[in-house]
Design a protein around this ligand. Structure first.
Ligand code: DTR
Ligand code: CA
Ligand code: ZN
Ligand code: ZN
Length: 434
């Protein structure tokens, strides 16, 4: 397994150094969080669910768009956030001839140009109280926001939370929110995390795979707890992350399953009942406070808090940051070119006019080799031409490339080709210094 790492050159703090053991494809380099997230008391999350249940019971048995139960749900969540010091705003929209509302809550502080957002739809179907779908996501996001306030977290990035209306009518509220954002404001959202059904009674642990870096935050957290996860494949676009993704905003999230059936293999790793739906009360009147698996709700709530703390307090790598790939790649003798890639992230703007490209290729008769740097947009920079007379071994040197025309973030590649027979070798490592 190749080890990819980001090390800060110069006087940068140790904070910016984070060793990432990447999966098959290098995840973006990302420094560690400033502070660890607190445990989210599942009892607090369940207390919100009890309130939402009472609201539904007092309002015709549901919390659906256009019904009194939805507005009462919004008022409950807003009151908690106002009391905790959030800046809240209600966004009104109309769907199906009925008025709906989104609730957006900003935690004061953090870099307004880099927003981390988490959200959940607060509406239910008309058939029932919608406690798992989606009181669970709404309550977990609410309790995470309240934990931010309790800890008086001072994140490096700006934290925003959203509760969406009319998701059950087709992500109407979240789409209204995204479409109402100026493009400059959309560009400031570094990531949107969606939580829709995270306490299913026969739970699975599914992670959205729309963005590798966001997916990794959740997968690493669950791996550290010894809980297996699967990629959420029930259908992209089936919840409020879809409008954000369509707008080009990186999205991630968690899901514990709906009306699909848990397989025996899944029951082996997660427990529960094979051959039964993850949530037998999906979109039904029995989606009440009895329709919740406390362990799944607790785990997912804690995973949400970890993601907010990790993503919200991460610091961008300082200038002079090195991105390195130490995986060996063999170079076929007199054959096709091979590449080794490095995914760069957290560097704003373009690459420098003097981008240092450190190369370490072990190869007898190095004159056989042609070496290029390929930028994320595919443009290529020749580092070394072949030379029939250069019989020395190995190419261990640093090239300086004027890459100021290239956006820094993205996947860079070192391309190496052996263009003469006999003499073989491999890429030992290479690195980019920004
Ligand atoms: N459409 C959601 C439930 C749902 C079904 N598949 C997924 C996948 C990911 C998130 C949510 C869902 C609803 O009924 O609210
Ligand atoms: Ca917990
Ligand atoms: Zn639903
Ligand atoms: Zn839902």
């Amino acid at each position: 397994m190749p080890a990819f790492k980001i090390v800060a050159a110069g006087a940068a703090t140790a904070l910016a150094a984070a060793l990432l053991t990447a999966s098959a494809t290098p995840a973006s380099a990302r420094p560690t969080a400033l502070a660890a997230a607190p445990d989210i008391p599942v009892a607090n999350v369940k207390a919100h669910l009890s309130q939402l249940q009472s609201i539904a019971t007092a309002n015709g048995g549901n919390r659906a768009h256009g019904r009194a139960g939805y507005r009462a749900s919004i008022d409950y969540v807003k009151a908690k956030l106002d009391a905790a010091g959030y800046t809240t705003a209600l966004q009104q929209f109309t769907s199906g001839g009925a008025t709906g509302w989104n609730l957006v809550a900003d935690w004061p502080g953090g870099d307004a140009n880099h927003v981390i957002m988490a959200g959940a739809h607060l509406d239910s179907v008309t058939a029932g109280p919608g406690i798992n779908d989606n009181g669970s996501g709404s309550a977990a996001v609410l309790e995470t926001a309240l934990a931010v306030a309790r800890e008086n977290l001072q994140p490096t990035k700006h934290l925003r939370f959203g509760w969406w209306g009319a998701e059950e009518l087709g992500m109407v509220g979240s789409r209204a929110y995204v479409n109402g954002l100026a493009s400059t404001d959309r560009a400031k959202i570094d990531g949107y995390l969606n939580f829709d059904m995270i306490g299913s009674p026969n739970p699975g642990y599914f992670v959205y795979d729309d963005n590798a870096a966001l997916e990794k935050v959740f997968k690493d957290w669950y791996a550290a707890k010894g809980i297996a996860t699967e990629i959420e494949t029930e259908g992209d676009g089936r919840s409020d992350h879809a409008p954000f993704k369509s707008a080009g905003i990186p999205v991630g999230g968690l899901f514990s399953g709906a009306d699909y059936t848990k397989t025996s293999a899944q029951a082996q790793k997660w427990g529960g009942t094979a051959g039964q739906a993850f949530d037998r009360c999906y979109h039904s009147s029995c989606d009440t406070t009895s329709n919740i698996n406390d362990t799944a709700l607790d785990n997912n709530s804690d995973a949400i808090a970890n993601a907010i703390w990790t993503l919200g307090t991460a610091t961008a790598p300082p200038p002079g940051t090195v991105f390195e790939n130490t995986a060996d790649v063999s170079v076929p003798d007199n054959g096709a070119a091979v590449t080794s890639s490095i995914t760069v992230s957290g560097i704003s703007g373009n690459a420098p006019a003097a981008l240092a490209v450190g190369v370490d290729i072990r190869h007898t008769w190095r004159g056989d080799l042609v070496v290029d740097l390929v930028a994320p947009d595919g443009s290529s920079y020749r580092l070394k031409n072949s030379s029939g007379s250069d019989s020395a071994d190995n190419v261990i040197t640093t090239y300086t490339v004027n890459a100021s025309g290239e956006v820094a973030n993205g996947t860079w590649r070192l391309r190496v080709q052996d263009v003469a027979s006999q003499d073989t070798g491999y890429i030992n490592s290479w690195k980019l210094t920004f």
